[in-house]
Design a protein around this ligand. Structure first.
Ligand code: ADP
Length: 366
């Protein structure tokens, strides 16, 4: 029989599948407290979503009894956490010095341009905000800053004189605060000049913008793995990166390079999102794998990173981008919105696991 530790109890809990209860979203953080007194176990568990507690309580009790037969009594308390308090934060002195109110910083990157990286960054930000998180988005794509267009606001941010410096207020739409490199970097300047300007602008976005308290600050990085990207990745104090790819080999080759770039600078890759995974014909309902299938999952297995999910090709996604109305906001009851929310929750989960591993040497062995 295994010891009654947090991680052994977690493994036991992960065996339970119940209506509305997904074992994949459990982490060590779900176990709020664990107390063992002479064969009596008291467990306080906290979940991100509302679950039917009586039925679940009984299932948990039965599972734990069967996994730890020496226990004579089990007391279980279940509680629901708000999404925001469910987001853990890690202790990174570099990040905390630059972005004190920001819990987590995530880069959305791709090996190639045109795979839908900005679309994914915007829809991911909206999905996280819809789930109750406080979200900011920095458009760092110097080749084509498209976040203002996709979020439907192209105003200049307000600037005001604070005590000793100029401060900028982020723009905001759909619950997402954002700022774009298009505001600071002249888009007519040659790329070779835009590189150094970009890293200066990103620093300014981190230090001079009034972000306030954020659960997530997302960076939409320029595509590729050249010097510009490498400098940016080293400039931003990142919790982790998400790689966007399409399923076909030409895109995967570059996605691998992006993964390697993050490995090289010790930024954890939180997962891969496959965009344009398939197309469902609206008239027949038939599924077409236009760019092949399974590529994203394959590189995840090969490089041992999490596959966060696949997004279909849907003309409404393109229209949403062009019209400044993200599809997961506009069509919040659609299959697409469900996929985006799923991906954003898997990402939250990866962030929490990473932060738990970093902070949490709190494994209690009793
Ligand atoms: P990147 O940031 O990788 O260069 P974008 O996000 O700008 O790519 O996307 C390129 C184009 O493809 C945009 O017009 C966008 O609306 C469209 N697009 C992205 N993802 C999808 C999708 N899943 N279905 C349909 N169109 C998409």
């Amino acid at each position: 029989m295994s010891d009654i530790t947090k991680s052994n109890v977690l493994s036991s809990l992960k065996k339970i599948q119940s209506d509305g209860f997904d074992p994949n979203i459990l982490t060590l953080n779900s176990i709020q407290s664990l107390e063992l007194k002479s064969n009596e176990l008291s467990l306080k568990l906290s979940f991100a979503s509302q679950v039917s507690s009586e039925e679940l309580k009984q299932k948990i009790e039965a599972q734990i009894k069967s996994d730890f037969p020496s226990l004579q009594k089990i007391n279980i308390q279940l509680q629901t956490r708000s999404t925001s308090s469910n987001i853990s934060t890690h202790n990174d002195p570099k990040k905390d010095a630059i972005l004190p109110g920001v819990k987590n910083t995530i880069a959305v990157a791709s090996g190639k341009g045109g795979v839908g990286k900005s679309t994914v960054a915007v829809n991911l930000a909206v999905a996280l905000a819809k789930d109750g998180a406080k979200v900011g988005l920095i458009d760092a794509d110097i080749y084509g800053p498209s976040v203002p267009l996709m979020l439907g606001i192209k105003d200049k941010p307000k600037v005001y004189q604070a005590e000793s410096s100029l401060r900028m207020l982020p723009l905001e739409n759909y619950g997402v605060k954002f700022i774009s490199i298009g505001v600071l970097v002249d888009d007519k300047a040659p790329i070779i000049w835009r590189g150094p300007m970009a890293s200066g602008a990103i620093k300014q976005f981190m230090t001079d913008v009034e972000w306030g308290e954020l659960d997530y600050l997302i960076f939409d990085l320029p595509p590729g793995t050249g010097d510009i990207q490498l400098t940016l990745v080293q400039t931003i104090p990142l919790t982790g990166a998400v790689i966007v790819t399409t399923p076909q080999e030409v895109s995967l080759v570059d996605a691998r390079k992006a993964l390697m770039m993050f490995n090289r600078v010790n930024v954890p890759v939180l997962g891969v999102i496959e965009n344009m995974s398939f197309f469902i014909a609206p008239d027949t309902g038939k599924k077409y794998d236009i760019f092949g299938s399974g590529g994203g999952e394959r590189i995840c297995k090969e490089l041992n990173v999490e596959f966060l999910g696949g997004i279909p090709i849907d003309p409404r996604i393109r229209e949403g981008g062009d019209n400044g109305v993200p599809m997961d906001y506009d069509q919040s009851d659609s299959e697409y919105a469900r996929i985006m929310i799923d991906i954003s929750r898997k990402l939250t989960e990866q962030v929490n696991i990473r932060n738990a591993n970093q902070n949490d040497k709190i494994e209690i062995i009793l």
